[in-house]
Design a protein around this ligand. Structure first.
Ligand SMILES: NC(=O)C1=CN([C@@H]2O[C@H](COP(=O)(O)OP(=O)(O)OC[C@H]3O[C@@H](n4cnc5c(N)ncnc54)[C@H](O)[C@@H]3O)[C@@H](O)[C@H]2O)C=CC1
Ligand SMILES: N[C@@H](CC=O)C(=O)O
Ligand code: NA
Length: 817
């Protein structure tokens, strides 16, 4: 014998009734006898509650609600019943509705709805649904009859949440089933007192009915049929990719349910658990799927954690004071008072100093909790032995659950590490000594982020999203987007989903938290983008509060840099080829780095020197392993390298500069390259990395650009002006060539002294043989003293720079996961 329970959605439409009959027939074919428990049609119980409340408040609107209830049932009859039988079925349902109307009219007249009458009102939902289901099943070739559970389940008179008398109930069940041959369609949720007065079983009532019958009949299994594929690893409304759990132990299922997962109402598991009857959660609309089996077995499961459940809205009460320390009856008085006031405590922690006890409750109980505690502890409050009761709102509880967590070091570290890296503040923590559950209280605004990042770290097997925000979609930014698009599928195979959530240029921005379509980003930004500057972009990024977030600054804008502190403070990592922060004000840079460190996120800017070449990481590797930097020397400008590699006597200098610009080597304003500013910034960045507290003014420069070029108001004017000086550059070149030398714009830093100058170097010089846009950086250190460590290769250009930024994005991902 199996007991099958069908929830409201399973009996709420023509389609679902057909599915239910299919499931029953399937069992019949397999020779498995079944008993069926059903709920009211979906939504009807709430409507009945509402009608009762309106009637008792003397509000005629109850009639409108009643009409809605009536319409739902009539519509079901019209959609599901054979035409010839419709009149008869309508008559029967009409009789139920008339009774209900009479009762509500009475409630309306006397303006009072006792719990006892409330239960009668509610009972109509299940009674009508059972009748419809049984009639439908009989019309489709099954032999069923309605079993009104009020004849069977005997309870006390605690209406609304009645307690079952199991001796009598079990006897009734056994006797009834001994004499019935048809499939029993049992009204869930409802019961009756010994005197035959209608009662209800409280929250989760129909599940409970199924467990009561299953247990009395020693069923081989109880199946709870609903509209989802069993129990999911976490709330699918909050996390995009969740999985259905094949199995759960009773204890896990209870923990999950206690913390809000819609699994099964915990007390209803008890009768089944005592008899060790497995409970399976199945999807009426996907009956082939096995769903979730809840049993005493701890299943094979590859992960430390089974599920992450949450209660989105809780309040946290802090009860503290010097007078409670070590006083044994304080906790007793506290929780007893709450229990007497029927206030449900969701979560408790106590500091080991015993000076404070915190517990979470539903927000609707907050006011009452305060009153109850103030009354109970009024003497202690007036003597200041207990502090004023503090209640914090807008919090959520997230519980990480699983039997595998037991005796498993590292599970908690993973959890808190992930929360820390994502900037989620943990308000309170509890872990039962059973080690089955670690619960944390977080701010409500962080709930989605918490569930997503925990789901990512525990169930990494499928994919992790990296949420990326890109400011600057010019040359480097657009190349980066193209590279990310090209690599998207390959990364997905590695379980990494590149999710470009926001893009911005200097005028507007565009967001899509599901990931911007990379085939179409330009049009989306231009046509659908919001007008606004970087501050607005960052505001929206921060508001989204996504986990695993990275901000990429592909601009050369100081306005963007001004936002770094705020971005890092919101636990979003940054990678950038923009040199303004790393070569800007020294104290500000320190603050930015400290914020990143404090928030456990990254601030990377490898591409600001030598573009994609590993310059800063190499320098840091040397330093971290204890080497001492003696000297850093290099050709640090891709533009200038290209220019002096291509400039031959007889060619025009200004034309070559234009070529460098067209090749994507120059700064947005090429004068930054030609006047040496770009190189000064780069040698400053390296000097600072090497430990010197220097500023841009500490980098001496011998400029090569005539003043008139610098003063040109626009880049075009600059080129015109530069053309006038072609002969000047040709002369410099001729002089060098006469000595068999080439021109190199060389930066050097030794003992905190940095210089930048144009030099003519001969074939003996290591920088002689450069070509294209090559950079070369040589590190002379204590360990690389005679022969320096050299990094060399293209040091500018869209592809290599964007690739360097891309690599840092992935490095940040590796750090986050
Ligand atoms: N071209 C190269 O080889 C290398 C470039 N870089 C750096 O890469 C950065 C980007 O260079 P490009 O792509 O060539 O510049 P670009 O001028 O082509 O693009 C800059 C982008 O930033 C946007 N932007 C400017 N100010 C903004 C603001 N306040 N807010 C939002 N967006 C803003 C612009 O609208 C544009 O989309 C620069 O910092 C440059 O120094 C670094 C290494 C190599
Ligand atoms: N304009 C720069 C680009 C890299 O930082 C250069 O030419 O090196
Ligand atoms: Na680099």
């Amino acid at each position: 014998m199996k007991v099958l329970k069908f929830g409201g959605t399973s009996v709420g439409s023509a389609e679902s009734l057909a599915q239910v009959v299919g499931i029953l027939k399937d069992n019949q074919e397999k020779g498995t006898p079944v008993a069926v428990v059903n709920s009211a049609l979906s939504g009807i119980t709430n409507l009945l509650v509402e009608a009762g409340q309106l009637a008792s408040a003397g509000d005629e609107q109850y009639k409108t609600v009643l009409s809605t209830i009536e319409r739902r049932h009539i519509q079901m009859i019209e959609e599901t019943m054979a035409t010839a039988t419709q009149a008869q079925v309508l008559e029967k349902i009409g009789a139920y509705l008339q009774q209900l109307r009479d009762i509500l009219h009475g409630v309306f007249l006397i303006r009072e709805l006792s719990k006892r009458t409330g239960d009668v009102v509610l009972s109509f939902g299940e009674r009508m649904a059972s009748y419809l289901l049984s009639t439908y099943a009989n019309q489709h070739g099954l032999a069923t009859e309605v079993l009104d559970a009020r004849k069977i389940i005997v309870t006390d008179a605690n209406f609304g949440n009645a307690r079952v008398f199991f001796d009598k109930t079990n006897k009734n069940i056994v006797n009834h089933f001994a004499s019935s041959s048809k499939i029993q369609i049992i009204t869930g949720f409802i019961a009756a007192t010994e005197e035959g007065v209608t009662s209800t079983l409280g929250r989760g009532g129909s599940d409970y009915t199924a467990a009561i019958f299953g247990s009395a009949l020693n069923a081989e299994k109880i199946e709870i049929w609903t509209d989802v594929d069993g129990v999911m690893t976490t709330d699918p409304r909050q996390v995009k990719k969740t999985y259905s759990l094949a199995s759960l132990s009773y204890a896990e299922a209870m923990e999950m349910s206690h913390f809000g997962a819609k699994v099964i109402y915990p007390p209803t598991i008890a009768p089944a658990m005592i008899k060790n009857i497995p409970i399976s959660i199945r999807n009426t609309f996907n009956p082939e799927f096995e769903g979730t089996l809840i049993s005493s077995q701890s299943s094979n499961w590859d992960f430390d954690v089974k599920g992450i459940s949450s209660i989105s809205e809780v309040s946290l009460v802090n009860f503290q004071g010097s007078g409670i320390m070590g006083v044994p009856n304080v906790p007793y008085r506290l929780f007893n008072a709450l229990s007497e006031a029927e206030i449900n405590v969701i979560f408790i922690t106590q500091a080991s100093s015993e000076r404070s006890i915190s517990f979470a409750i539903s927000p609707e109980d907050a006011q009452r909790t305060k009153q109850v505690l103030e009354a109970e502890f009024s003497p202690e409050l007036s003597l200041h032995k207990v502090d004023a009761i503090e209640i914090r709102h807008d919090l959520s509880v997230v519980a990480t659950i699983g039997e595998n967590m037991r005796h498993q070091p590292g599970v908690a570290a993973k959890l808190f590490g992930a929360l820390g890296r994502n900037g989620i503040n943990v308000v309170s923590i509890a872990q039962g000594t059973s080690e089955l559950n670690i619960s944390v209280v977080v701010e409500k605004k962080d709930l989605g982020k918490t569930l997503n990042c925990l789901h990512d770290i525990y169930f990494l097997s499928d994919e992790t999203r990296l949420n990326i925000f890109i400011a600057g979609v010019g040359l480097i930014g657009s190349t980066l987007l193209a590279q990310m698009k090209a690599q998207y599928e390959n990364l997905l195979k590695e379980h990494l989903k590149i999710n470009i959530v926001g893009i911005a240029n200097s005028k507007q921005f565009y967001f899509d938290s599901e990931g911007i379509d990379l085939d179409n980003w330009k049009a989306l930004l231009l046509e659908k983008g919001t007008k606004g500057n970087i501050d607005g972009f960052v505001d929206q990024m921060v508001d989204l509060n996504l986990s695993n977030a990275v901000f990429v600054d592909n601009t050369s804008s100081q306005l963007v840099v001004e936002n770094y502190q705020r971005i890092l403070n919101n636990s979003i990592s940054i990678t950038t080829p923009n040199k303004l922060a790393s070569s800007g004000d020294f104290m500000k840079l320190q603050e930015i780095k400290q914020t990143a460190m404090r928030r456990g996120v990254k601030f990377f800017y490898e591409t600001s020197v030598g573009a994609g070449l590993p310059v800063i990481t190499t320098l840091n590797d040397l330093l971290n392993s204890g080497d001492k930097i003696q000297r850093i020397e290099g050709v640090l400008s891709g533009t200038l390298s290209y220019i002096f590699n291509s400039f031959k006597v007889g060619t025009s200098f200004s034309e070559i500069v234009k070529q460098a610009q067209a090749a994507g080597f120059t700064e947005p304003d090429p004068r930054d390259d030609l006047n040496g500013m770009d190189v000064r910034r780069k040698i400053l960045i390296l000097s600072r990395e090497a430990g010197y507290q220097m500023d841009i003014s500490d980098v001496a420069i011998e400029g090569i650009l005539p003043d008139s070029c610098m003063q040109a108001p626009t880049v075009d004017d600059f080129f015109t002006e530069l053309g006038k000086h072609d002969h000047h550059f040709e002369n410099i070149l001729k002089e060098a060539e006469a000595d068999g030398k080439v021109l190199r714009f060389i930066a050097c830093m030794e003992k905190g002294k940095a210089t930048v100058s144009l030099k003519a170097v001969g074939p003996e010089h290591p920088f002689f043989s450069l070509s294209g846009s090559d950079n070369i950086i040589s590190f002379t250190t204590s360990r690389y003293l005679e022969r320096p460590l050299v990094v060399k290769g293209p040091g500018a250009g869209a592809e290599v720079t964007a690739a360097g930024v891309f690599a840092e994005v992935i490095r940040i991902f590796n750090h986050l996961s």
